[in-house]
Design a protein around this ligand. Sequence first.
Ligand code: HEM
Length: 501
Amino acid sequence: MSSDLISSVYWTFCSALNFWTILALLILSFYQWWKKPHPNFPPGPRGLPIIGVLPWMGGDPQKVLFDWGQKYGPVMSVRLAGLDVVFLNTYDAMNTAFVKQGDNFSGRPELKPACYVLGDNGLVSSDYGDKLFNQKRFAMKTLRKLGMGKQEMENTINEEMFHFAKYLETKAGKPVNLACDYNNVTGNIICVTAFGRRFEYDDPQFKYLFQLLENEYVADEKLLTLLFFFYDYVHFIPPFKGAKERFMNTENAILDAVQTIIDEHKKDFQPDCIRDYVDAFLYEQKFGNEKKYFTDKQLRVTCRDLFEAGTETSSSTLAWLFLGLLNYPDYHKKIVTEVDQILGSSLNPSMAHRLEMPVTCAFIQEVMRYRPIVPNSVTHKTTKDTNLYGFTIPKGTNVMPNIYAAHFDPLTWQNPQQFNPNRHIDRDGKFVYSPKVIPFSLGSRACTGEHLARMEVFLVFVGILQKFTIISGTPNLPSLNEGRFGFLYGTKPYKVILEIR
Ligand code: HEM
């Protein structure tokens, strides 16, 4: 046989092989796309084979998901590339799943690469089970003992507010972007609670921790990061690879910084003098009945969780609140009037003052409704085959609370697209708390720090207004309808000018 013939047979064979390989892959991906986890799975958009609805997610995913929710109903499924995710689009659907059937809907999926760094430890990413019950119970009990929801915590927040006001005085008179500065207060409140100490704002260790947080939450590769959370197989593709490495480096650096503080605690730990969360944990580790749950890794990751979940979240909420004030001068005026009448210039704000400050409370609640900073909360996972609204949702399915859709549900809210704090004030001028404003989610996986966050948001917000007049320092002030998507939904950058009152 001539070499030409061999070569021609070889290439014909390869082309046939390529043809059949490509055809097989096409059939496989079409089958993957067409197949649902269960014939009775909730309805929803499936997008394109292989990539699912990803091409639709580029602009404003929360609006796209909202529109689909209006079309498909309270429980819908969305095909995100190879993954079927169930979205709960109304308060009632979330309440039915997370509260009434909490045991079935409170797992956490293994979100890689978070799992590589954190394992099944801490509070946020731990799966549902005995360890999580034990650790959440311990966390709630310890946070309450350390003052959460009580006068002691108010004192801690007001003391931190005193330092923050001094810091803000140095910035008075010129346009400043405070988005990251709020972390000084919210971060220190967590540090006092978890580590028993506050840091000076220019302390290198403190600044380093915030730099790390900023890298993670504000860096412009959040979409890439979110994608590789779900799709392990994209890790080796260059843009994802880099984003993954930076994410893991940041997480490891935060864990190392936290470990340094824990090691200092171990050196001077005294069982009869529990100063903070770390001490309370070390006590259980040495003397408790369930030592198996109180491991070093669990402590390290829990402190990381409290710091990460408790800092940027409250700061972003404050950033939205001040942006709201600048966008709605009538409410701004009314709120400042309440602050002046109830607190004057010298009274320390207290949660009890909320009763006398209906417009302030209504404004905070409306900002939390209108701009939930975690619009799709944190992903849950079903722990067994389960049924919701007549649909079958198999064990292990990813479930996302669509807080944004619940907050804009036209069956719950009149003119939901209108920013209207007045909707939370009754005819007698009193503030009406709404259980359907759920920025902290619902059920047994709801935010562990909700009480603390509500306290710091109120006390810091009115504390700043008591001491400073706030003016816009940005020529084109963003509206409340523009934001930045990432792990959190934050404001677009804007500047304010503070005038000392
Ligand atoms: C305005 C501020 C905050 C908002 C809007 C917020 C919101 C949330 C949301 C939506 C979740 C997920 C719930 C779910 O999975 O369904 C969550 C979880 C969590 N939050 Fe917050 N949070 C805030 C502040 C805080 C603070 C101050 C702390 C710290 C003490 C904290 C600690 C946690 C923890 C530990 C979890 C995990 C709970 C679990 O997985 O069981 N958060 N938060």
